[in-house]
Ligand binder design. Structure first.
Ligand code: SF4
Ligand code: SF4
Length: 177
């Protein structure tokens, strides 16, 4: 796992779907919502909202596993780890749409759509690419930018886990934080 990643705090999610909208926008050709919705091949979100008990939303995206079951299952080597360190990124020009990656992913975060980067193909695997180009340019992932409740944050993994350790310690002593 990379040290800084998108941390999900599902208890803060209100199901507004802004993360999905901004993700699709960020992966469109024009990178602007007003024109993105008129592109011939619509960009799709790479983060998804699951619905839990009482309709509670659960934002879920690729965890960029290491080793990655999807990558191991992909025969044409379309899930690459040589594009950005720590990220498993689909190369749509190599994807044959066989679905093996999606069947191997324990988190159900892969979908199949047409992709403007390989327009001749009827459907290729589409999943989170860590917004690697935005991050390389000093930005943060689009879903995090969109989320106003703090359900998504771009943080150091170990700092987040330290926070969890403190929560556990407080729970042990009966303190709610
Ligand atoms: S698509 Fe699934 S299996 Fe592949 S890296 Fe992401 S979470 Fe892991
Ligand atoms: S933007 Fe944040 S609050 Fe809204 S659906 Fe996505 S994760 Fe939930």
């Amino acid at each position: 796992m990379i040290q800084k990643t998108v941390i999900v705090r599902p208890e803060r999610c209100v199901g507004c779907m802004q993360c999905m909208i901004r993700c699709a926008e960020a992966h469109s050709q024009s990178k602007a919502l007003a024109s993105a919705i008129r592109e011939p091949i619509l960009a799709k979100p790479r983060i998804h909202l699951g619905v839990g008990p009482e309709g509670r939303p659960f934002p879920s995206k690729c965890r960029h596993c290491e080793p990655a079951p999807c990558q191991d299952a992909c025969m044409p080597w379309a899930i690459r780890d040589d594009i950005s360190p720590g990220l498993k990124i689909v190369d749509p020009t190599r994807c044959i749409g066989c679905g093996m990656c999606a069947m191997s992913c324990p988190y159900y975060v892969i979908r199949f759509y047409r992709d403007a980067a390989a327009p001749e193909r009827p459907g290729v695997a589409v999943k989170c690419d860590g917004c690697h180009e935005r991050v390389a340019a000093g930005g943060i992932p689009a879903c995090v930018t969109a989320c106003k409740t703090g359900a998504l944050a771009f943080e150091e993994v170990n700092l987040y886990l330290k926070e969890g350790t403190n929560r556990l310690a407080n729970a042990v002593y009966g303190v709610r934080i």
